[in-house]
Design a binder for this molecule. Sequence first.
Ligand code: FMN
Length: 363
Amino acid sequence: MRELLNLADYRAAARGRLPASVFAYISGGSGNELAMRDNAAVLARMAIVPRALIDCRHGHTRVDLLGQTFASPLLLAPVAAQGLVHAEGELATARGGGALDVPMVLSCMASQPMETVLAEHGGSCWLQVYWQGSRARTLEVVRRAEAAGFAALVLTVDTPVNGLRLRELRAGFAMPADAAAVNLPAHAARALDVPAGGSRIFQGVMRSAPTWDDVAWLRQQTRLPLVLKGLLAVQDVLRAAALGADGVVLSNHGGRALERAPAPIRMLAAARAAVGDVLPLLIDGGFTTGAQVFMALALGARAVLIGRPQVYALAVAGDAGVARMLRILRDELELTMALAGCATLADITADSLLSLASAGMDA
Ligand SMILES: Cc1cc2nc3c(=O)[nH]c(=O)nc-3n(C[C@H](O)[C@H](O)[C@H](O)COP(=O)(O)O)c2cc1C
């Protein structure tokens, strides 16, 4: 593992190890992958202005999030079916996250029992929930998460219908039975009995999709902090705040939902300006270096979720791979902070950023 020096190295190593169809499932985006490419492209067009001679001896990367303090502004994003790439799946990811005090947002589509994952992590985990087609079924999952001791719920709202992921279709990917979602009620499978003449999307899948009324209802059902994942429009972020959400993850689902969704980082400053300082805005999509995490913080994010790189690291070296991947990101963030003259996350502001396009340096 010593020769793997950054997250791109982990991706390359995972690509060499995983069956081509599994790599296509993980690495792909929807349609022509415009949203996925935008995630990386926008991050590539920003520079960080170094600052000299600033005393950073009291520096650290600690962050306060939903009433807890964590070692760094990083979270493991919910990624389904990790049994696909490693025999222990989410159990190993959890140990890797726990070792670095990085909260794991466990996907409700996980291939390991949520209680065991939480125990393996040993710290704070949040449960990501997809709407289960009805309030009663969704509540079953929520109650189980509460009983297990998850610290927050993350309701993902950006994929009531899945994007068309051409890469995995072309590679012939099919989810194997042993990577199936073990935490969901058996009856939750989506029925697709479309009435004659109806649309497979509108009268089919979207019939069991949640609405804002359901989110307001869910807010009343649980005392756990509730985070909405997958918002981009400023109006939606404001609405989430008004409904009493405790946080929002700006996300385009890693470019796997709406093909032409903007990179979340494009929406960040406007969302931050609209909701003010109180509501934590988290973000994901394309983050592979600590310098990029720095840029998100500078634009108003409280923390960054890491999606695909966790799966690549898991595939390459299990729990140790995940821990090392997170350590690399944190080290890169610390290095960036030191060179940009920011001793703590509170010192990171948009003043540090320069748009390469406006500086005439666009590559
Ligand atoms: C293979 C894969 C599975 C995913 N599964 C879920 C999921 O179960 N729930 C969810 O909310 N998001 C899921 N996501 C989206 C991630 O949580 C996250 O938003 C996205 O991967 C971030 O982009 P990045 O991969 O570029 O870091 C998945 C993403 C990938 C690549």
